[in-house]
Write a protein of this length. Structure first.
Ligand SMILES: Nc1ncnc2c1ncn2[C@@H]1O[C@H](COP(=O)(O)OP(=O)(O)OP(=O)(O)O)[C@@H](O)[C@H]1O
Ligand SMILES: Nc1nc2c(c(=O)[nH]1)N=C(CO)CN2
Length: 178
């Protein structure tokens, strides 16, 4: 079984519709979904706040590259353009981590680096991930770390800006609930 943690985000257009479209795309393969979180922009570009969520998806026989390609397909469907690195976008789908038959995939391929090399720094990834899976663990070059501990270690000002939203029709599914 292949399992991926996907970080999805948007800060242009109908952001909630864009996140919903990704969730609908993965359908029954979504085994956990965080709440939608409003998050201040991470990175050097001044821009509007994002809406972010984390989906955990599972399916047999799906390679890491397949998960990435499906994310790209969702981005294309949202008319995503890549103008400025870390700039505003209608949809971003990042593959945070993949495991196959329980083993974490570690790869430094620039086209698909796993786990995502900046995930451990990002409140907009870690806080929603913790919401979907309170026991989540992230592989890092210095060993596995509980996502709860990574969140604790973030600067307080990055944590407080991330706010859980109550979005009509968006059901939170916690790991193990299904
Ligand atoms: N784990 C990953 N998830 C998604 N894309 C990845 C990953 N590793 C490498 N990439 C590559 O990164 C490229 C740029 O992706 P994108 O424009 O979404 O980056 P970004 O969202 O601006 O920045 P960041 O990578 O810091 O999230 C993609 O073409 C993709 O091939
Ligand atoms: N809060 C937040 N900030 C970002 C995001 C994102 O999804 N959420 N995506 C970015 C593109 O790489 C850059 N900055």
């Amino acid at each position: 079984m292949s399992r991926a943690v996907l970080s999805i985000g948007a800060n242009m257009g109908d952001t909630v519709a864009a996140l919903r479209a990704v969730r609908d795309h993965f359908g029954d393969r979504v085994v956990a979904a965080s709440a939608v979180h409003a998050t201040p922009p991470w990175g050097p570009v001044a821009q509007d706040d994002f809406d972010n969520a984390v989906l955990v998806v599972e399916a047999p026989e799906t390679s890491p590259r397949d998960w990435l390609e499906e994310g790209f397909a969702c981005e294309r469907a949202a008319d995503r353009t890549r103008e400025v690195r870390w700039g505003p976008r209608t949809l971003d789908v990042d593959v945070v981590s993949v495991s196959v038959d329980g083993s974490v995939v570690v790869d430094d391929d620039p086209d698909l680096t796993l786990p995502h090399p900046r995930a451990h720094l990002r409140a907009f990834v870690l806080i929603p991930w913790l919401d979907a899976d309170p026991d989540a663990v992230l592989w890092t070059p210095t060993g596995e770390q509980a996502v709860a501990d990574l969140v604790e270690g973030l600067p307080a000002d990055e944590r407080v800006g991330v706010r859980r939203r109550d979005v009509e029709g968006w059901t939170v599914v916690r790991e193990g609930d299904r």
